[in-house]
Unconditional design. Structure first.
Length: 58
């Protein structure tokens, strides 16, 4: 099985969506800041889980 998930790309896409919602007026700046903070935490937690999960056989 190939696992091609790119957490950095995922984060960039999610951040761009939040910024787009602010530009459309669907999120206030305060809502954006709260959601961006939650996104950062989710990203950090995800990277911790993914870090080091693949090991080359010796």
């Amino acid at each position: 099985m190939t696992y091609n998930f790119d957490p950095d790309r995922w984060y960039a896409d999610e951040q761009a969506m939040l910024e787009h919602l602010v530009q459309q007026g669907r999120l206030t700046r305060e809502q954006f800041e709260r959601q961006a903070e939650a996104l950062n935490k989710k990203y950090e937690d995800m990277v911790k889980r993914l870090d080091g999960t693949y090991q080359l056989p010796e």
